[in-house]
Ligand binder design. Structure first.
Ligand code: CAA
Length: 240
């Protein structure tokens, strides 16, 4: 039986590439999505990958979604916490909602999803969790006090959860993508994009495939000695 992989935010951007790459590797992939039904359905038609709609910031919705998935696919072996949003604005203008939405969607979601799947992973003695953080969680970024706080929080969360489960066959790792050519990055004002590109030694934005490549490594059965790591994939923009 192929291992079952759930990728949140798995129908667009980096997540869609991870879903495709993992399907190609033979995993039984389910891609989560939230609001963009049209795009998710198109993704399903194009790839044949099962999709499931739920809000990662809502604990009960996560629990319901995982139970539904377990009925059709079996328990989750691999969880990729990829869903994330930005609401970029200087702190002195940031509405409270922009703080809470970003923290809940990007960080609390990792608690929600891991809390729902971890018990069964522990019972079965196997699990792979990859939390998608960001270079901006390592460096900070103008306009992103909310996002940087959430992405930095993911790094501590990952290490603590890795320690708790190291003896149970479960690895928990974080990846920190740099600026990758997705809708999220294309939404940055063009002149700011040029400033950012100038700070990337490789001289370009990343390709989603280059992030997927690292995830495929981390979820493999024989990556069992890699846990609690923070893996940077950023074209040299930040060297931890
Ligand atoms: N890097 C370097 N300089 C930046 C910057 C960045 N990321 N963002 C803003 N600046 C600079 C601008 O160039 C500008 O400088 P000058 O006055 O010298 O021209 C100054 O900050 C103010 O910026 P704006 O004039 O654009 O001010 P604003 O109030 O209209 O907008 C902002 C501020 C919302 C922060 C907007 O600049 C913006 O969206 N910046 C991009 C922030 C960013 O990098 N977000 C990452 C999104 S992608 C992502 O998050 C994925 C990931 O994990 C990497």
């Amino acid at each position: 039986m192929p291992r079952v992989a759930l990728i949140t935010g798995g129908t667009r951007g980096i997540g869609a590439e991870i879903s495709r790459g993992m399907k190609a590797d033979g995993y039984d992939v389910v891609a989560g999505f939230h609001l963009n039904v049209q795009r998710a359905e198109r993704f399903h038609e194009e790839t044949g990958i099962d999709i499931q709609q739920f809000d990662v910031s809502d604990y009960d919705a996560c629990e319901r979604a995982v139970h539904k998935l377990e009925e059709s696919h079996g328990p989750v072996d691999i969880l990729i916490n990829n869903a994330g949003i930005t609401h970029d604005v200087f702190l002195h203008r940031m509405p409270q909602e922009a703080w809470h939405e970003v923290i809940e969607t990007n960080l609390t979601s990792c608690f929600n999803m891991c809390r729902v799947v971890i018990g069964k992973m522990r019972d079965r003695g196997f699990g792979r969790i990859v939390n998608v953080s960001s270079v901006n969680g390592q460096t900070g970024q103008i306009g992103q006090t909310n996002y940087a706080a959430a992405k930095a929080g993911i790094l501590g969360f990952t290490k603590a959860l890795a320690l708790e489960n190291a003896s149970k066959g479960i690895t928990v790792n974080a990846i920190c993508p740099g600026y990758v050519d997705t809708e999220m990055v294309r939404a940055i004002p063009e002149r700011v994009q040029e400033v950012i590109k100038g700070n990337i030694p490789v001289g370009r934005f990343g390709d989603p495939k280059e992030i997927c490549h690292v995830v495929r490594f981390l979820v493999a059965d024989d990556a069992c000695f890699v846990t609690g790591s923070t893996v940077s994939v950023n074209g040299g923009q930040y060297m931890a």
